[in-house]
Design a protein around this ligand. Structure first.
Ligand SMILES: [Zn+2]
Length: 281
């Protein structure tokens, strides 16, 4: 990594919409700061629907993921692991190792290995298993090893057992909430069809495009609102008095199993955060 080049962020999400749901605000701000962003959906999304599934759904969801990434000018890959059947296999670990070595991210965002969805847990576990191994030349020897790990950070989830997320960074995403909603709206088969059906609210989804977008905004924003509420004291530490006013936020916990978020890296990887508390973090 040359210190003058733009930081590179890789999102390893389990499903085609995970990056937007969990980190869409940070990714938008990172692109505004000139970062290179690549969004990977490890599974093909082929199970997330109640009327259609398999190859037809996988094709649709890949198109939706590309459209969402295009809104912020991010690169996008949808891998072929089947949705709903992911395991933290050696095959997945080695795919992640090769991807880390070729994309050479400074920051990797992923799920925690504890989460409600088995695919999320599998990705989180596989990323943990790939950390450190990316530096071992004899592993996947056909791709040159990295000299050091990237920083790996877990995206927010609300689960508290065995332990709740302990964020190191909370990012104010209020200014870019509209962009995240527009990205999410690209995932039509999810946000207007499957998720409302799964949550038994499909009869509440309006049919006109503007009404749907407004409905999506209200439905989605409760999550970053809850993050801002839950981590208010950290927001006040990072943003100073303005932290009390932040409405929408995303939170990230740095993995202990990859590179630490040293002070110089904090400002480089999260330049949108004022880091008011200086070196006390
Ligand atoms: Zn998911």
């Amino acid at each position: 990594m040359s210190p003058t080049s733009a930081p590179r962020v890789l999102v390893l999400g389990a499903h085609p919409d995970d990056a937007e749901f969990h980190a869409g605000g940070y990714l938008t701000l990172a692109r505004q700061h000139g970062f290179e962003v690549m969004v990977v959906s490890v599974t093909d999304g082929s199970s997330g629907h109640h009327r259609t599934w398999g190859a037809e759904l996988a094709r649709r969801r890949a198109r939706e993921a590309q459209a969402a990434a295009a809104i912020i000018g991010a690169k996008c890959q949808v891998w072929e692991f089947p949705d709903g059947r992911l395991e933290p296999s050696l095959e997945l670990r080695e795919r992640i190792i090769r991807t880390l070595r070729s994309f050479r991210p400074d920051l990797v965002l992923t799920h925690r290995p504890v989460d409600y969805h088995p695919d999320h847990r599998a990705v989180g576990q596989a990323v943990q298993d790939a950390s450190y191994m990316v530096t071992v030349p004899a592993v996947c020897a056909e791709v040159p090893a990295l000299r050091r790990d990237p920083v790996v950070a877990y995206m927010y989830d609300p689960f508290t057992r065995p332990v709740p997320l302990q964020p190191d960074v909370v990012v104010d995403i209020t200014a870019v909430l509209d962009t995240v909603v527009r990205m999410l709206a690209c995932h039509e088969s999810q946000v207007f069809e499957w998720l409302p059906y799964n949550q038994r609210v499909e009869d509440q989804v309006p049919s006109d495009p503007e009404g749907r977008l407004e409905w999506l905004r209200r439905w989605y924003q409760s999550r970053p609102e809850e993050v801002a509420r839950r981590y208010r004291s950290l927001l006040e530490k990072l943003y100073g008095p303005g932290g009390a006013e932040v409405r929408y936020a995303e939170a990230f916990e740095v993995s202990q199993y990859a590179a630490p978020l040293e002070e110089s890296l904090r400002r480089r990887l999260f330049p949108m955060v004022p880091w008011q508390g200086g070196s006390q973090f």
